[in-house]
Design a protein around this ligand. Structure first.
Ligand code: SF4
Ligand code: SF4
Ligand code: FES
Length: 246
């Protein structure tokens, strides 16, 4: 009985798509929705703030302000009125990366609506990742793919900026174009990656893969348990003791 009473003390009212539910105050919006009986088939992916599937808007009674958050990362607060935006229709162009080059022409030809930006800053205020979205759109308008890639790096493609843009721009797809152009044409090549690719192409890893493919379950378990794991606090120069496949 005591446990039940304590649990009831923890409950706070929230409104999911207009309907009131009392949920434990210790829950994220995502867990509160499940507590309230919703089965999340859309609008729920990684549960760790990475996939961007759980974009949510909410408001408090009497407040003009639209708040935003990722449902898996945002704790419930009393009297929040919320709705998830698990999908927002967006312009997503296809293009040939071999045929375009970094610069304003590629960006404006692919997404001409970028020039409609009013610099209202609504996108920045809507971003749960605290990204300077308006600034990366400004970089896109200048054709500065390095700045566009740098500023948009943490974007999880939740779509909240796009849902509120008065110029109907899809910021995150423009950012992806920018990062692709940056990665393909501007960023310095990683020497170690080139070496690993060469190793794949020349069959360096084939014996190891063959060995794993032919191993029985018990052997696989032993290999897995005995594997050398990179320590959490390892510096960038860490390498495993066994360098057979490096
Ligand atoms: S919300 Fe749209 S119009 Fe406003 S600054 Fe962002 S991209 Fe520009
Ligand atoms: S830039 Fe837009 S799509 Fe990316 S995380 Fe921010 S609000 Fe979401
Ligand atoms: S479920 Fe992936 S970011 Fe929330």
């Amino acid at each position: 009985m005591k446990t039940e009473e304590k649990k009831r003390d923890d409950l706070v009212p929230i409104f999911i798509m207009g309907k009131k539910y009392d949920v434990p105050s210790s829950l994220t919006i995502q867990k509160a929705m499940e507590y309230a009986g919703y089965q999340l088939i859309r609008g729920c992916g990684c549960r760790g703030g990475i996939c961007g599937a759980c974009g949510t808007v909410y408001r408090f009674p009497g407040s003009y302000k639209i708040e935003v958050g990722l449902a898996c990362q945002t704790m419930v607060q009393p009297n929040m009125y919320l709705a998830q935006i698990p999908f927002f229709p967006a312009v997503k162009k296809t293009y040939d990366m071999e045929a375009i080059k970094p610069g304003i022409e590629a960006i404006v030809k692919t997404y001409p609506e970028v020039l409609r930006c009013l610099q209202c800053n609504t996108c920045t205020k809507s971003c749960p990742m605290e990204i300077e979205v308006m600034d990366y759109i400004a970089a896109a308008m200048r054709g500065d793919v390095a700045r566009l890639a740098e500023l948009s790096f943490d974007c999880v493609m939740c779509g909240l900026c796009t849902s509120r843009c008065p110029a109907e721009i899809c910021q995150y797809n423009i950012a992806i174009l920018g990062r692709r152009l940056y990665g393909k044409y501007v960023a310095a090549r990683a020497q170690h990656l080139a070496e690993m690719v060469k190793g794949v192409e020349t069959g360096k890893f084939d014996p190891m893969l063959k060995e794993l493919m032919e191993a029985d379950e018990e052997t696989l378990k032993k290999i897995y348990t005995a594997r050398e794991v990179e320590p959490e606090q390892a510096d960038e120069f860490w390498t495993p003791k066994d360098k057979t496949y490096l």
